[in-house]
Design a protein around this ligand. Structure first.
Ligand SMILES: [Zn+2]
Length: 168
């Protein structure tokens, strides 16, 4: 399995976050099977619909993908709180892929959180933006990784850190 992002597909995009989104979604589309039905491919959704990035063409399962350089600590910053709660309590609620990559644009970790663990209890409401902000009153959310039980975090790729102990 090739763990590197295909950087050639990101040339058409200007912002770094767009490049990462395109490369990480493309990697999933080219390398991941559907964990629900075993279909060998998951497809990118044409429109960037909120809390829905990818879909299995066979069983219709929806996936959200979060990708970050380095490891996530305790929380993942996400978009509007109301939108998130609406999506994860709908009957097309997504599973969540959490991907980490390094400075060489190589994937180091990939975790699947099945949708029955991607629930309102792990969504934290952020403080609304202050009155001077451009989007005053807008309220974002965080996904609380610490709120997901260990059974809900399925390792697909895990980099094993080797520690060499040198006896002096
Ligand atoms: Zn499927």
């Amino acid at each position: 399995m090739n763990l590197s992002f295909d950087v050639s597909i990101a040339d058409a995009y200007k912002s770094n976050s767009q490049k990462i989104r395109v490369m990480s979604e493309s990697w999933i589309a080219n390398n991941m099977y559907c964990p629900c039905c075993g279909n060998p491919q998951i497809n990118k959704l044409e429109n960037n619909s909120p809390v829905a990035d990818m879909k299995c063409g066979n069983c219709g399962e929806i996936f959200e993908l979060k990708a970050k350089k380095g490891l996530y600590k305790k929380k993942i910053n996400d978009g509007a709180y109301v939108t998130m709660i609406g999506r994860i309590t709908s009957d097309t609620n997504p599973d969540l892929f959490i991907m980490n990559y390094n400075s060489e644009l190589c994937i180091t970790d990939l975790i699947l959180v099945p949708k029955f663990f991607f629930v309102p209890q792990i969504i934290e409401k952020r403080k609304p933006l202050g009155p001077t902000a451009r989007r005053a009153g807008w309220t974002g959310c965080n996904i609380l990784l610490s709120g997901i039980p260990i059974q809900g975090k399925i390792d697909i790729i895990k980099t094993v850190m080797c520690v060499l102990l040198v006896m002096l």
